[in-house]
Design a protein. Structure first.
Lengths: 317, 296, 352
């Protein structure tokens, strides 16, 4: 599927992503290490015990040595160091485990965003200038104007409390905790994806309207293709091309949103870890999670570029 | 022949600014959503101003009524976990949201516009540095960078504004840089340059006015983004610190009590959503009014 | 002569606009005989393309065919169900369009788009369809058809794309091929090749062709019969030789005069038809061509002429007709008349 040129492009991009990741985490590392005092102050330790701890984390070394060790650790072993609050907790395995959890919620949110957004967008385009179209276009502004924790709060109110009371506990959505029930994934994913679904719907509508006026749609019709085949095979794929452009920002938005939503629903993922570590002032983990995010964003953008190649044969790198 | 050319050059024909703005104003007034949004926002500003001198109850007064009281005639929006009046806190919270929203965008304009203008007009080393910074940070989630900055600087309203500006100036700089780069090739700018106009005059007298439309749209749409940032930060507990009320932290407190005092989360949620919606509708309206593509 | 394969009767297609309905095709009737090649000529806005689109019910919104009938094999195509017309499209009546660049889907392989025409009508298995597609591409003279079949449209040249479009049109061996300005977007040399190809296919496969064009030269090269349209109506129709030899409608006459001729005297001005194409929202009363007609008489301003057989097989809708104009005027003078001269003349000045 990919030509040699594309493979070379991928390799270049991966090198660039690695560079960006190191650069971004370095900025954060140096920024945080210039803080007055240090992370161990809260331990209220004095004397030798404090010195032993400082030495344990290498904090007694000059900043450039610390930095060098950090970069070498990340680049050669993928080692992000050790938690400053929970002694002995290695960050890399922790972050990878949490990444799995976040990917599950985020992935569902992404599917939901694209799925719902595109279905609504296509629908609005097919029914252009009807009440349905106006309703959908107006709701989309409402949709992306609602912070995700507001959406989450209303979902909890409706599904967790009111419906529960209404049905005498038959309909039950457990607050907090998770994985007890796959059904628990839906609310966080909905709250996470809804604002972006509105944006996708808007974009799909505009792009669909553009595409169905094209000559090749008339050709497809003149060939005697079924209307459903025309929409799915001929129109949708072309309408996808501009929609892909916002996939990158979409992934970033879902990562950002997950910090709030995972805290809200008590989901033990990367986002919750990030916010909690900031509150706990565990900056080793903050840097670790952030490095992970930078890598994910880079890879997501690369995947978007490759999606163009798959969908639009005119694009070659 | 040469003199004739020079005469032409010092009287460059600029795009008709006046008609553009009056056209845009006419289009904006006809947009019902933008109109309603503007009225709401004016009311919000009035409420925020009033709250600096008067609120129904003292905003931080504890135990004015019983805790978690649902809305009553005396306390229109009920009370919170410390028995404070939610309406009063909501009114003061409007100050925070507006200061963050408008304040950051003023600073973003102050930082992003000159940097973008200079980088786009002069190119060279300055442009390379700016593009490098923008490219490295491109796609790094803004909110997370802002959280780290607040973490480094310590949580306070001032630091939140600094953190948001530090992450958002790049978008503005990129926009202005692109505008400056395309405008510098236009005839009236080249003519001005040929006639020996001073660079500062070229930048602020000719290029900036012609790039103003997209800048205004971006700044307007940046306001709800900044308000959302602050709400997120405060919701997570790393934003504005108590006792200053912020809609985000009020929503957070409300979520804790969602099972027995839902009004605590509903009130700030609606205030926040309506405000963001109003700014988005206004920004959309401005874009439709100022977008030269829809003019033809 | 054999029975016509397609009978179009009183076809009327309107577009609704803010200012009211615009009748793009007004009461158009014609027959198409098996294996013949019929040209429909007219300037842009004359309704020739909309006529073609109306036959297959492909008129885009906000257009609607409001009256008439299109009889094909005893069926009125305007009355059959959506499913039935879909089966006829591409299988019995195929259509190819002006701009092969935009008429092929950029994200699907060219070969697949041709296969699709057969698969949509269950005419073949995918494997059979592919074999036939390669055959068709060879038939339309695309070199290295076996490899080209896997190319995307942007990898083909303009001429090759139009050949691929023609191959797509021929995929199900339709009885009728409607070609809507198929050469307009192409280079002159490529135009000639495409026309030659269409002519060969018409002769060898017996496919009846309806050629929509604004170019009299294209009609001369390909067609045996021609319909001339003006402002949504047919103003003249008949055998090509006869109409080129002695056009009867002043519009046809001026169209023919405006063809640049290689043998023309040097420095002779290129003749054009003066005046503007009519506003279809408010069409002129009487004969729609009268504002631009140098031969108009009083009657033309008020009464609408009907098509009448002026020579055997040749019909024109004109109160005057060029035969009468020639008879009453000196032939030399006729040649000097600017077709737009009407603006300076009072009605009835030339012909009492």
């Amino acid at each position: 599927m990919f030509t040699r040129g594309t493979l070379i492009y991928i390799a270049q991009r991966i090198v660039l992503i690695a560079f960006t990741v190191v650069a971004v985490s370095s900025i954060v590392f140096l920024g945080i290490h210039r803080l007055p005092g240090d992370a161990l102050l809260s331990e209220r330790l004095r004397g030798s015990a404090y010195q032993i701890l400082l030495h344990h984390y290498g904090l007694d070394q000059p900043l450039y040595t610390q930095y060098w060790n950090f970069v070498v650790g990340v680049v050669t072993r993928g080692d992000l160091g050790e938690s400053l609050v929970n002694r002995g907790l290695q960050i890399t395995p922790l972050v990878l485990r949490e990444l799995g959890v976040s990917a599950e919620v985020g992935g569902l949110a992404l599917l939901f965003t694209i799925g719902l957004g595109m279905v609504l967008g296509v629908f609005a385009a097919m029914r252009q200038n009807t009440w349905l179209d106006y309703l959908l276009t107006t709701t989309s502004v409402v949709g992306y104007s609602m912070p995700n924790f507001v959406i989450a709060a209303f979902l909890i109110l409706v599904f967790g409390i009111w419906l529960d009371n209404l049905t005498g506990g038959t309909f039950y959505y457990q607050l907090g905790g998770w994985r007890g029930d796959i059904g628990q994934l839906w609310l966080p994913a909905f709250a996470l994806g809804f604002p972006y679904a509105s944006i996708v719907a808007r974009l799909t509508r505009a792009s669909m309207l553009e595409v169905i006026r094209q000559d090749y749609i008339r050709t497809a019709r003149a060939k005697g293709l079924r209307e459903s085949t025309i929409i799915i095979r001929h129109a949708l794929r072309n309408a996808l091309i501009p929609v892909i452009t916002i996939l990158g920002p979409l992934v970033i938005g879902i990562i950002t949103g997950s910090v709030v939503i995972e805290n809200f629903f008590g989901i033990p993922g990367l986002g919750k870890e990030f916010a909690q570590s900031i509150l706990n002032r565990d900056y080793a983990i903050v840097i670790g999670v952030f490095t992970m995010y930078a890598a994910m964003v880079g890879l997501a953008n690369l995947l978007v570029d490759l999606a163009y190649v798959v969908i639009d044969p005119r694009i070659r790198y | 022949m040469a003199t004739a050319a020079a005469v032409v050059a010092v009287r460059p024909i600029e795009p008709e600014q006046a008609s553009l703005w009056s056209d845009a104003w006419r289009r904006l007034r006809r947009n019902r959503f933008a109109l309603v949004a503007s009225i709401y926002l004016l009311l919000l500003v009035a409420v925020a101003l009033i709250s600096t001198v008067w609120t129904p109850y003292r905003m931080s007064a504890v135990g004015i009524t019983e805790t978690y009281a649902p809305p009553t005639a005396a306390h229109l929006l009920g009370s919170d976990e410390l028995g404070r009046d939610i309406l009063s806190r909501l009114m003061v919270g409007a100050q925070v949201s507006l200061i963050v929203g408008v304040g950051t965008q003023i600073l973003v304009l102050a930082v992003g516009v000159p940097i973008g203008l200079l980088a786009g007009y002069y190119r060279g080393w300055l442009d390379q540095i700016v593009t490098f910074i923008i490219n490295v940070f491109y796609g790094i989630p803004d909110l997370l960078v802002a959280m780290i900055l607040v973490f480094i600087l310590g949580p306070s309203l001032r630091n939140i504004i600094i953190a948001i500006v530090a992450t958002r100036w790049m978008d503005m700089a990129r926009l202005v840089r692109g505008q400056a780069m395309s405008l510098r090739e236009r005839e009236f700018v080249e003519a001005g340059r040929a006639a020996g106009a001073r660079p500062i005059k070229m930048l602020f007298g000719h290029i900036l006015p012609n790039a103003l439309g997209p800048i205004i749209v971006q700044a307007t749409l940046g306001i709800p983004a900044a308000i959302l940032f602050e709400a997120f930060l405060s919701f997570l507990g790393v934003g504005v610190q108590p006792p200053t009320p912020s809609w985000g932290s009020m929503a957070n407190e409300g979520v804790m009590a969602i099972q027995y005092a839902p009004h605590m989360v509903i009130a700030p949620s609606i205030a926040l959503s309506l405000t963001l919606m109003a700014f988005n509708f206004l920004g959309d309206g401005l874009r439709d009014a100022l977008d030269p593509r829809s003019r033809r | 002569m054999a029975a016509p394969i397609l009978r179009v009767r009183n076809l009327r297609t309107q577009f609704s606009t803010d200012q009211g309905p615009v009748t793009a095709v007004d009461n158009v009737s014609f027959d198409l005989y098996p294996g013949e090649s019929l040209g429909i000529v007219g300037e842009s806005g004359s309704g020739k393309s909309v006529t073609a689109l109306s036959i297959l019910r492909l008129v885009p919104d906000p257009g609607r065919t409001v009256g008439g009938s299109v009889l094909f094999h005893e069926q009125d195509l305007l009355q059959v169900s959506d499913e039935e017309i879909r089966e006829i499209r591409g299988r019995d009546i195929a259509m190819i369009f002006q701009d092969p660049q935009s008429s092929l889907n950029p994200v699907l392989r060219t070969g697949f788009q041709i296969d699709e025409a057969m698969l949509a009508h269950k005419q073949a298995t995918p494997r059979q369809a592919r074999t036939r597609t390669i055959e068709l591409l060879r038939r339309v003279r695309i070199p290295a058809a076996e490899t080209r079949v896997r190319d995307f449209p942007h990898q083909l040249s303009g001429g090759m794309r139009q050949r691929a479009m023609i191959a797509m049109g021929l995929a199900n061996s339709p009885a009728i091929l409607i070609a809507d300005e198929p050469t307009t977007a192409l280079d002159v040399t490529v135009q000639a090749q495409i026309l030659e190809l269409l002519g060969d296919l018409n002769r060898e496969l017996g496919t009846a062709i309806i050629m929509i064009t604004h170019n009299m030269g294209v009609v001369a090269g390909l067609c045996s019969r021609v319909i001339v349209m003006y402002a949504g109506q047919i103003v003249e129709q008949g055998p090509v030789d006869q109409i080129f030899d002695q056009p009867q409608h002043p519009y046809t006459w001026s169209l023919l005069r405006s063809i640049p001729r290689v043998d023309a005297v040097r420095h002779e001005r290129l003749r054009s038809i003066e005046g503007m194409a009519p506003d279809l929202l408010h069409p002129p009363a009487g004969c729609r061509f009268h504002p631009r007609c140098p031969f108009r008489i009083e009657k033309c301003l008020t009464d609408e002429p009907r098509l009448e057989e002026i020579h055997p097989g040749q019909f024109a809708s004109c109160w005057v007709s060029m035969d009468r104009a020639r008879a009453e005027m000196n032939a030399n003078n006729l040649d000097d008349i600017s077709p737009g001269a009407a603006s300076g003349l009072k009605p009835g000045e030339i012909i009492p």
